[in-house]
Design a protein around this ligand. Structure first.
Ligand code: PEP
Length: 259
């Protein structure tokens, strides 16, 4: 179980799914089903759904986020959305550097850092994703890749600037594949990332930063993942699109030690 200093967070990533009507319906069910969750709960929805979902979630415990942003404030950047526009639409959090953005849209560590800077300036809570591919894991490059992505995102900030940052460990081989990291693999990577956070930013950040696990989290495996000491929550893709599974994940149960 994660340190009591770090309140768990369960965040859904709806990706490019759902109509507005479906988004409203799902948001209502999540709002109702997570009132007594032991965690903070968030949904990161398509840009077009942010205003309608914001209306549903108004006054509730569920936070609302975008899935990406562009670092400039405004201008001739066709197709992009700024941090200020996300806030204006009703978002309070944002995913940055998701592996699908890195892989399909050539997002670099440099872009991730610029996005992080702009999210923090707009007071959005950034969820920064890192993770290795299957090839990188099989060729023993996992730690090097995670270190490079962490340094790429976090270097150059003052520790006090990074207070709101959340890290998501998302091994690329586990995303959307049904092949979840074992609790031991997740704990090992989270512990490594926490140590990196200490080296790059400092001890206070290392012990307070929430590190989420993402990659085929389901209602069936969430409890054992959440039982790991450095797993502070989950970023959930596929299983966040159906209310029963996401609500069960958000209401995870960690076995009581010694019971
Ligand atoms: C994700 O895309 O962030 C993710 C973890 O997806 P899934 O849960 O479907 O593996």
């Amino acid at each position: 179980m994660s340190s009591p200093k770090r309140r768990p967070l369960i965040a859904g990533n709806w990706k490019m799914n759902l109509s507005l009507a479906q988004s409203v319906e799902l948001a209502k069910a999540i709002k109702d089903g997570t009132k007594n969750s032991p965690a903070d709960v968030a949904v990161c929805v398509p840009f077009t759904a942010i205003p309608v979902v914001a209306e549903v979630l108004k006054g509730s415990q569920v936070r609302l986020g975008g899935q990406d942003l562009y670092w400039e404030a405004q201008g001739a950047y066709t197709g992009e959305i700024s941090a200020g526009q996300l806030v204006d639409a009703g978002a309070s959090t944002v995913i940055i550097g998701h592996s699908e953005r890195r892989r399909l849209f050539n997002e670099t560590d440099e872009a991730v850092q610029k996005k992080l800077k702009s999210a923090l300036a707009a007071k959005l809570v950034p969820i920064v994703c890192v993770g290795e591919t299957l090839d990188e894991r099989q060729t023993q490059k996992t730690w090097r890749v995670l270190e490079t992505q962490m340094v790429g995102a976090l270097r150059g900030f003052k520790p006090e600037e990074l207070g709101p940052v959340i890290i998501a460990y998302e091994p690329v081989w586990a995303i959307g594949t049904g092949q979840t990291a074992t609790p031991t693999q997740a704990q090992e990577a989270h512990n490594f990332l926490r140590k990196q956070a200490g080296k790059i930013v400092g001890e206070a950040f290392s012990s307070s930063v929430r590190i989420l696990y993402g990659g085929s989290v389901t209602a069936e495996n969430v409890d054992t993942l959440m039982a790991q000491p450095d797993v502070d929550g989950a970023l959930v893709g596929g299983a966040s699109l159906k209310a029963p599974s996401f609500v069960r994940i958000a209401n995870f149960q960690v076995p009581v030690r010694g019971a």
